[in-house]
Design a protein around this ligand. Structure first.
Ligand code: UFG
Length: 358
């Protein structure tokens, strides 16, 4: 019987991609990764394989290479595509817009065109809460919240990505598309085998904190303390990456139950906002580490506060985030301390054999 459970995961060696691959396997799916590892390393693949105890199907190819991607579609029978692969550094996108437009749009166009040619109609697109206009009353943003003018080429590629898929769906009514708008994914798999691997100096708060605490970076600068929030620092909805990964499994399962011509936008957040200062305090109390940090000027383009109304995900996908911010922070710290070291694999395997907690 043909295997209808193969799922193409582009960018499957990346931060959210790798955690999603683990969850897909643990829920009976057979993910196939396309990733050229420009933003990842072999250790992530090793980590996934250790967790799931099997070999992973991986194609190390550039998704902008249409012919090579087509060869992959020829040899697999995908039932769905989860398209993660994209550049994601907001600041870099401002400096190098062509790089962002060329990569993020061409990869999407190739994957979408091939999905249609090969009758793969279930499509999940990684989108972002950065598209929303923050309401004046700073309420939680729902999927009905109006969108803003994109503030960076990165954000534009996400907005355009949604637009492109919506346009394609008009002439391909068999498509079923889920736009997942992420809030701020943080943390790492509880095993400590996979996590975030920023290339060079991190842009995001959590890896910056953990690398500073490890002494790899000298000092964290908190961007702005004069915002109109309780402690003057920005508020975000930080969500455990494994919760985001589980939402993708729920998303695929939900898409499979839907009729053709389905399009939905769904927020993936916890519904809770935390300020930068609160995250630093939590990090210090959870880890017992004293963080070297100072206040600096605001970072251009930062929203004052944004957090999700996550009710739609609960209603449609029957998904809700279930891991605490404490778990997210401690897993990120565990990953930072052990990433890629052989000892982490040995400890985890021993703990599994003994049925003890790792
Ligand atoms: N921050 C600091 N110092 C740092 C890094 C971050 O104070 O060194 C602050 C930022 O000013 C912000 C908060 O920490 O207030 C979170 O910043 P991140 O860079 O971690 O996350 P952003 O909310 O800016 O951006 C993230 C993703 C984007 C995505 C966006 C959606 O990086 O890809 O969420 O809101 F588009």
């Amino acid at each position: 019987m043909e295997n209808r459970k193969e799922i193409l995961v582009t960018g499957g060696a990346g931060f959210i991609g790798s955690h999603t691959v683990v969850e897909l396997i643990q829920n009976g799916f057979d993910p196939v990764i396309i990733d050229d590892f420009r933003n990842s390393e072999e250790v992530i693949l090793e980590g996934i394989e250790r967790i799931v105890k099997r070999k992973i199907k991986v194609y190390r190819i550039d998704l902008t290479d249409y012919n090579k991607v087509r060869e992959v579609f020829k040899v697999h029978q995908f039932c769905a595509v989860i398209h993660f692969a994209a550049y994601k550094a907001v600041g870099e996108s401002v400096d190098r817009p062509i790089k962002y437009y060329r990569n993020n749009l061409n990869t999407l166009l190739n994957v979408a065109e091939l999905a249609i040619e090969f009758n793969v109609f279930e499509f999940i697109f990684s989108s972002s809460c950065t598209l929303y206009e923050v309401p004046l009353d700073c309420a939680a943003v729902s999927e009905k919240t109006p969108l803003c003018e994109p503030t960076s080429p990165y954000a534009s590629t996400k907005k355009m990505g949604e637009r492109i898929l919506n346009d394609i769906a008009k002439t391909n009514p068999r498509l079923k598309i889920l736009f997942l708008r992420y809030f701020n994914p943080i943390g790492a798999h509880f095993s400590g085998f996979i996590g975030e691997l920023p290339q060079g100096r991190p842009n995001n708060l959590l890896p910056y904190i953990t690398q500073t605490a490890m002494g790899k970076l000298q000092e964290l600068t908190v961007f702005g303390n004069d915002y109109d929030t309780a402690d003057g620092t920005c508020i975000r909805d930080y969500i455990h990456v494994s919760d985001i990964a589980e939402a993708h499994v729920a998303g695929v399962q939900w898409l499979m139950e839907q009729l053709p011509n389905t399009k939905e936008v769904i927020n993936l957040g916890t519904g809770q906002g935390k300020s930068v200062s609160e995250i630093i305090s939590l990090f210090e109390s959870i880890t017992g580490e004293k963080l070297n940090w100072k206040f600096g000027p605001r970072r251009a383009g930062d929203k004052e506060q944004i957090f999700a109304n996550a009710q739609k995900a609960k209603k449609l996908l029957r998904w809700t985030s279930r891991r605490s911010i404490e778990e997210a922070i401690s897993s990120a710290w565990k990953w930072e301390m052990k990433k890629g070291s052989p000892s982490v694999f040995i400890c985890y395997e021993k703990a599994q054999q003994k049925g003890t907690c790792f």
